[in-house]
Design a protein around this ligand. Structure first.
Ligand SMILES: NC(=O)c1ccc[n+]([C@@H]2O[C@H](COP(=O)([O-])OP(=O)(O)OC[C@H]3O[C@@H](n4cnc5c(N)ncnc54)[C@H](OP(=O)(O)O)[C@@H]3O)[C@@H](O)[C@H]2O)c1
Length: 300
C-alpha cells in the first residue's frame, strides 16, 4: 500500500471504532499513513487498535463533554482535526407506533446530534488551517425508507440534509463534506437492530406478525440468500479512503451492489411502485388491538 506523503499525514478522528465499519476504517486509514484517533465509548473495546498505530480516545457521541475532550486532545497534539469520520450509530428498528419516545430521542441523540456536535467542534480548527474533510455515515436508508425503519431512516435522512447544507457552507473554507451510503454491511448492526425490535417499548399484539416479518427481513439481509448483496466493513472503509484521496470528492458514495440496486429501484418505481415491491416482502396479517384503552395505557 502506498504511504501517504508527510503533508497528508494529518489527524483523523473516527467515532464508533469498537466494531464494524469504524474499526475497519481506523485500521485502513492508519495503514495509509493518517494519524488516526480511533475512539469508542469503552476504551478497552479498542485497545488492540493501539498496536496497529492508532491513538485511542474515549468518546461517547451522546455526551457533550466527551466530544469536547476528544476533539481538544486531537487539536492539542496536531493543531486541528483534518478528517472527521462521523461513524458511530445504530439502527432503532420497529413499528413507529411502538418505539418508546426515550429510545427515539436516544436514536437521534446518537445518529444525528452526536454527529452534528462533533462536526461543529472540529470546524473552527479546519477553517483555521484552511482545509478539512467531514465524512458522514449515512446509509442507503438516507435515500429510501423500509418498513420498520421509520425512526432509523429519519436519522439518516437528517444526516443527508445536514450534509447537503454543510457541503455548501464550508466549501469556501476548503472543507469537503462527504456522505457514505452503505447497504447491508456484515457488522454488529443487524444483530443489534433485531434485538431492538425484540424490546420495543410498547408491544401491541396488533404488530406481532409485522415484528416477526421485520426480524426475518433484517436477518435475511445479513444471513439469507440476499446476503450476497451485502458487504464487509472494509468495503466501506475503502470507499472512505477513496473519497479522502480524491482531489474533488463526490458528495455521495453508495457502497454495495444491494444499495445501488435498491436506491435505483426506489427512484424508478416511485412511491406506489416501491410500496407494491415492499408488500411482496412484508406480507402480514394485521390484527386490531384488544382494546384502545389497553393500547393507550402502554404508551410512554
Ligand atoms: N451495517 C450496516 O448494515 C449499515 C448500513 C448502513 C449504514 N450503517 C451505519 O454505519 C455506522 C456503523 O455501523 P456498523 O455497521 O459498523 O455497526 P456496529 O458494528 O454496530 O458499530 C456501531 C459502532 O457505533 C458505536 N456507538 C453506538 N453508540 C455510540 C455512542 N453513543 N458513542 C460512541 N459510539 C457509539 C458502537 O459502539 P459500542 O460498541 O460502544 O456500542 C460501535 O462502535 C452506523 O452509523 C450505521 O448506521 C451500517
Amino acid at each position: 500500500m502506498r504511504r501517504m506523503p508527510q503533508k497528508e499525514a494529518e489527524a483523523c478522528l473516527i467515532t464508533g471504532c469498537s466494531t464494524g465499519i469504524g474499526r475497519a476504517t481506523a485500521e485502513r486509514l492508519v495503514r495509509s499513513g493518517y494519524t488516526v484517533y480511533a475512539s469508542a465509548r469503552r476504551l478497552e473495546s479498542i485497545k488492540d487498535l493501539e498496536a496497529s498505530g492508532c491513538r485511542l480516545l474515549e468518546l461517547d457521541v451522546c455526551l457533550e463533554e466527551s466530544i469536547r475532550r476528544a476533539v481538544g486532545t486531537a487539536e492539542a497534539e496536531c493543531g486541528a482535526v483534518s478528517v472527521l469520520v462521523n461513524n458511530a450509530g445504530y439502527g432503532s428498528e420497529g413499528p413507529v407506533e411502538e418505539i418508546g419516545m426515550d429510545e427515539i430521542r436516544r436514536q437521534f441523540e446518537t445518529n444525528v446530534f452526536g454527529l452534528l456536535r462533533a462536526t461543529q467542534l472540529v470546524l473552527p480548527g479546519m477553517r483555521r488551517q484552511g482545509h478539512g474533510k467531514i465524512v458522514n455515515m449515512s446509509s442507503m436508508g438516507g435515500r429510501l425508507t423500509l418498513p420498520g425503519g421509520g425512526i432509523y431512516h429519519a436519522t439518516k435522512y437528517a444526516v443527508e440534509a445536514i450534509s447537503d447544507a454543510l457541503r455548501f457552507e464550508v466549501r469556501p473554507f476548503g472543507i469537503d463534506v462527504i456522505v457514505i451510503e452503505p447497504g447491508a454491511i456484515q457488522s454488529e448492526f443487524g444483530r443489534s437492530a433485531i434485538e431492538r425490535v425484540e424490546r420495543v417499548a410498547n408491544p401491541d399484539p396488533a404488530y406481532d406478525d409485522f415484528r416477526e416479518v421485520l426480524k426475518r427481513e433484517i436477518r435475511g439481509a445479513y444471513e439469507g440468500p440476499l446476503a450476497v448483496l451485502a458487504g464487509e466493513p472494509d468495503d466501506v472503509a475503502r470507499a472512505i479512503e477513496r473519497a479522502l484521496r480524491a482531489r474533488r470528492p463526490r458528495a455521495r458514495y453508495p457502497v454495495t451492489l444491494g444499495a445501488r440496486l435498491l436506491m435505483g429501484a426506489r427512484r424508478w418505481l416511485g412511491d406506489r411502485g416501491f410500496d407494491a415491491f415492499l408488500r411482496t416482502r412484508f406480507k402480514t396479517t394485521p390484527r386490531a388491538s384488544a382494546t384502545n384503552d389497553a393500547t393507550n395505557d402502554r404508551r410512554d
